[in-house]
Design a protein around this ligand. Structure first.
Ligand SMILES: Cc1cc2nc3c(=O)[nH]c(=O)nc-3n(C[C@H](O)[C@H](O)[C@H](O)COP(=O)(O)OP(=O)(O)OC[C@H]3O[C@@H](n4cnc5c(N)ncnc54)[C@H](O)[C@@H]3O)c2cc1C
Length: 386
């Protein structure tokens, strides 16, 4: 539990309370249903209204807009507790929160008034649309155009793998407004009900089945000038800043998966008997648990450090990349070990180990692959040599 980590990282009473509340909501509102939701690929829309009551949908939104006004450390703790029960729910909230923060940071007074209250109330869920079929890691190379009109912009093209897309009431989407490269990109806040936008495909995935992922098609979508988020041409930098903060959320998601793997491996290793002894008495099993526990602590320390830097208004991009890189690698590796500890049972849906194994992998891919995190970290030492 979080309490155990408090001895190693000074958490405030409020941060602990937020983590404990998220754990309680996850235990009550998600745990009894998650296996079925995972099997049926259910996006539990009603759940997000319940998470609102616990302050989770507006966790970083100031109280003036109806949010909880909490800090990034509390946010990381809440995402961890959600992911411990369901990684799909955790990423839904993480992406939603990333957009809330972007609107807070970049939005005009009108945009803040238009969106933040509804987002904090869970009445509107937010999505993020940057990736295209030919531009993922190389996001500065997106092509979908936003052409100026007398009243605003005309959007065209396709966006791929938009988390929350089918259920979102607002999407932060990046389009090309100028020439080539990063400087030609602008961000927009778009209501997906705008004529000309359609959900083109809902993606079937290895894991995180309770998270919605879809492709969006934009066909001559007219949006007002006031829907642009931030300056024209600043959209790439603003999207990258949003993702930097988002990486704290994905690191926390990985930590939650890892924590669940540890809890379930310990319980199973004590119960399961082979050769007349609990399997936890064999070094081959207990050392796996020892490594899992050590990596979990290390992932937490890196993630809470990145979150604390963000809270202190200090640069945190490199710390967030290190946290995501380490936590996601550990989650993927130890989810496989947790399944191994469960033996044949681990390969069946009777236990959650197989779900954690499927869910863990995505943390190494979205919001910057592990290779992209390594690029960011390496450049902090070497600069750009190319
Ligand atoms: C379930 C899911 C949800 C997602 N949600 C969203 C979302 O909400 N919004 C959104 O915009 N996108 C989303 N994405 C997209 C995701 O962010 C991208 O898939 C990811 O950034 C990688 O891009 P790519 O798939 O195009 O892979 P590529 O960029 O083509 O990379 C392929 C491989 O090459 C490696 N590689 C690429 N460039 C380099 C380099 N310079 N050095 C070393 N290795 C390199 C990569 O690390 C990777 O291993 C989602 C994806 C998935 C699967």
């Amino acid at each position: 539990m979080i309490a155990a980590t408090g001895a190693q990282f000074e958490l405030t009473g409020e941060q602990r309370a937020i983590g404990a509340l998220a754990a309680e909501v996850a235990r009550r509102e998600i745990a009894p249903f998650v296996a079925q939701w995972d099997r049926d690929h259910v996006f539990p829309r009603e759940l997000y209204r319940k998470l609102t009551d616990a302050g989770i949908m507006g966790i970083l939104v100031p109280e003036a807009y109806g949010g909880a006004g909490a800090d990034y450390v509390s946010y990381a703790l809440a995402i961890e507790e959600l992911a411990r029960v369901d990684a799909g729910t955790a990423v839904t909230v993480s992406v939603h929160t990333m957009i809330c923060s972007a609107i807070l940071r970049l939005g005009s007074d009108e945009q803040k008034a238009r969106w933040l209250r509804e987002l904090a109330a869970g009445d509107v869920i937010a999505g993020f649309a940057l990736t295209e079929s030919d531009a993922g890691s190389d996001a500065a190379n997106i092509r979908a155009p936003a052409n100026r009109t007398p009243d605003g912009y005309l959007l065209n093209g396709r966006k791929q793998w938009c988390t929350n897309g089918s259920y979102a009431g607002v999407i932060m989407a990046m389009f090309r407004t100028g020439g080539d490269g990063a400087k030609g990109v602008s961000a927009f806040l778009i209501d997906p009900a705008t004529p000309g936008i359609s959900v083109e495909r809902v993606t079937e995935k290895l894991g995180i089945h309770t998270s919605n992922t879809c492709d969006l098609a934009f066909d001559d979508v007219a949006v007002a000038l006031s829907s642009r988020l931030g300056e024209e041409g600043a959209g790439f930098g603003n999207a990258m800043r949003a993702l930097t903060a988002g990486r704290i959320g994905i690191a926390a998601q990985a930590i939650g998966i890892l924590a669940a793997c540890l809890d379930e491996s310990v319980a199973f290793a004590k119960e399961r008997v082979a050769f007349g002894k609990p399997i936890g008495s064999f070094e081959g099993v207990s050392f796996k648990i020892a490594q899992m526990s050590t990596d979990l602590d290390a992932a937490r320390m890196l993630t809470y450090r990145a979150a604390a830097l963000a809270d202190a208004g200090q640069p945190f991009a490199i710390a967030a990349s290190k946290a995501k890189l380490f936590a996601s690698t550990a989650a993927r590796k130890h989810a496989a070990q947790a399944l191994q500890i469960h033996g044949g049972y681990g390969y069946t849906t009777e236990f959650s180990a197989e779900r954690h194994y499927r869910d863990a992998k995505i943390t190494e891919i979205y919001e910057g692959t592990s290779e992209i995190q390594q690029l960011v970290i390496a450049r902090s030492h070497l600069g750009r040599l190319d």
